[in-house]
Design a protein around this ligand. Structure first.
Ligand SMILES: C[S@@+](CC[C@H](N)C(=O)[O-])C[C@H]1O[C@@H](n2cnc3c(N)ncnc32)[C@H](O)[C@@H]1O
Length: 224
């Protein structure tokens, strides 16, 4: 894994809480999920529970990295999949929590059996829906709305594009949520008319998001 990894791979491991994401997204066996890729951790975690996942990233390097991890897991090489010897840039807490998550009770074997249902695409999430017939029931946004590396991801632009392309009842998981947006960017966002906060799932996700970054996730639901 290390030999083919490029300097452009920024994310080797998630810094978000995988349990919180699973509780908030409430994945079901018939869900078709669109997920920001990064390291791929979140897409692999979601895959365990759903019909299929399309993992997306604007960075080709991140997608190639996640494809290598998929290959390693397919070969049953859990050590390479977890890249444990390459995570020196990540905090001890996030490395431990993500290792504990993936090594729980046969989980990697369950994910491994579903790898054919994990696809990858390179592109901007706001364009991800265009020209595609796929109806996604859930969207996982990672923290693209608040990451200062990606200021072009203005919340109105991303949320409008997403909400215009999902059907009623679909869920959207945003790890950082509106309060963080207001505090850090002094920005009031007006949610698209058909997007509302799903309070019960938001509450479950927040109770479990214990990362050092103090994310306060929000789960949105499409209402029409
Ligand atoms: C926002 S970063 C944050 C990482 C995250 N906190 C984690 O735990 O993995 C996740 C990924 O989002 C990608 N990204 C940012 N803006 C994007 C966009 N508009 N469309 C698709 N991917 C995007 C970045 O390239 C990066 O790999």
């Amino acid at each position: 894994m290390g030999a083919t990894q490029t300097k452009d791979v920024k994310w080797l491991c998630t810094n978000e809480n995988l349990e919180a994401i699973i509780l908030g997204l409430d994945p079901q066996p018939d869900d078709v999920v669109l997920a920001v890729c990064g390291s791929g951790d979140q897409a692999f975690a979601i895959l365990e529970y759903v019909e299929s996942v399309v993992a997306f990233d604007i960075s080709t390097a991140q997608i190639n990295f996640a494809i290598q991890r998929k290959r390693a897991l397919g070969e049953g090489n859990y050590t390479r999949f977890l890249c444990l010897d390459e995570l020196s840039g990540h905090s001890g807490q996030e490395v431990r929590s993500r290792k504990k998550y993936f090594l729980k009770e046969g989980r990697l074997e369950r994910i491994r059996r579903k790898l054919d249902s994990l696809l990858f695409r390179v592109g901007d999430i706001t364009n991800a829906f265009f020209g595609e017939a796929t109806q996604y029931s859930k969207v996982y946004l990672s923290n693209i709305l608040t990451d200062s590396d990606f200021l072009f991801n203005s919340p109105p632009r991303v949320l409008s594009a997403i909400s215009a392309n999902l059907s009623t009842g679909s869920l959207v998981y945003d790890p950082s949520g509106p309060p963080v947006l207001r505090e850090e960017t002094d920005l009031f966002i007006t949610l698209p008319q058909n997007l509302e906060i799903e309070f019960e799932l938001t509450h479950k996700a927040r109770l479990n998001e214990r990362s050092i970054y103090r994310y306060s996730p929000v789960v949105y639901i499409i209402t029409s």
